[in-house]
Design a protein around this ligand. Sequence first.
Ligand SMILES: Cc1cc2nc3c(=O)[nH]c(=O)nc-3n(C[C@H](O)[C@H](O)[C@H](O)COP(=O)(O)OP(=O)(O)OC[C@H]3O[C@@H](n4cnc5c(N)ncnc54)[C@H](O)[C@@H]3O)c2cc1C
Length: 391
Amino acid sequence: MILVIGAGAAGMATALSAALRGADVTLVENTASPGGTVARSLIHTLGGLYDSAGRYINYGLAAELAERLTRADPLARPRKIGKTWTLSVSPEIYRRVTEEWLASQDRIRVISNCRVARIETQAGSITGVELRRGASPFFIEPEAMVDTTGTAEAIRLIDPELVLDDSERAAAGLIFRLSGVNPEALKFPGNIDLLRRIRAAAEKGLLPDECRFVWVDRGVSDTEAYLKLSVPLGADWRNSAASAELAIAGEKILNSVLAFLKERAEFSEAEVSGRGELGVREGGRIRGEYCLTADDVRSGRKFADAACRCCWPIEYWNPRSGVELEYLPSDMYYEIPLRSLKVSNLRNVWAAGKCLSAERLAQASARVVGCCWAMGEAVGNAIASGNKEAE
Ligand SMILES: Cc1cc2nc3c(=O)[nH]c(=O)nc-3n(C[C@H](O)[C@H](O)[C@H](O)COP(=O)(O)OP(=O)(O)OC[C@H]3O[C@@H](n4cnc5c(N)ncnc54)[C@H](O)[C@@H]3O)c2cc1C
């Protein structure tokens, strides 16, 4: 049995991929349901699925996900944003489609509201894992374990030294959905003008300072908008009281921005119709057998043990100055090696998704949703088909 910890993009893909290759999978999630950051933080533009010409960059599960989503909702469609292609889809559709996909696989057992309490290792392998659901602990002995928690929570339990936590990290985000927006409000170039006005108001002290980095984007339907707030993360962000405080601060900023927007005719009817949970872009990466570098990304490096491809720009949410984008040349892509998904010095322990082994700026490209699906698929495949070479 393969144990996958964390049912976000990478975890669902790992579980599906391993199950489709005949393995039994236990997929553990510490919240009430699968879906991860996309479903809970309200991501509506899935990146990392397409190349610069809008073709799938990875086939397999990532492409199948896009097909399933577009079949499930006629409003879900590829959308070009600047030089990149995304899939515009409602987070609720994503949640439903992925949940049904998991449920269709008999070999996958999903255990929600469950977290890892303790991991036993012996001679460079994990031998047992204690899980807790509510107050009841239980013990399992998986053949392999994959950390897809996004922030390397399971690997931390084995040895915190196996996790790289930078003192400077990308800003987190709080996303809100507004409904009742005039469809003209966010068409180019009006959308850019709106962002300028919000920033100018923040600089004049008419809006909270944090609004300098607010991002407003049109939604999946014409009458929706998504408001992204940039939230710097302190070193104590794992502490639940600290993240509750960030959420309260975010709500106050939301109210100020909403009041500001409502003064404009196009937003006069706007109401909040969705509140995302605090979304962590970067909360620790594993120390893997290979660390993907920013130079690998910039130079479009290829690897003999490629797990997947990615061409997303380096999109770093600088907590002090807002988003910084560094595009790859058109038609260039880089590969993520399987070794970046294999934890150092542990025979049967892997990771996939945004906690891959990578430099901070390389992770700022590789963390997009489509790429997390492709990483998960590669790891599920490697384990289920007994990838001795990678071990
Ligand atoms: C604010 C914000 C905006 C973003 N915008 C975009 C965008 O527009 N387009 C895009 O493509 N990407 C975007 N991203 C990036 C992308 O959403 C994430 O990087 C990606 O979804 C990460 O997938 P993952 O599977 O690695 O982790 P996650 O989706 O975070 O999944 C990890 C799962 O593990 C669970 N978990 C955590 N700890 C434990 C534990 N101890 N035990 C059990 N389960 C656990 C979590 O509850 C979660 O369900 C954004 C990210 C943020 C934060």
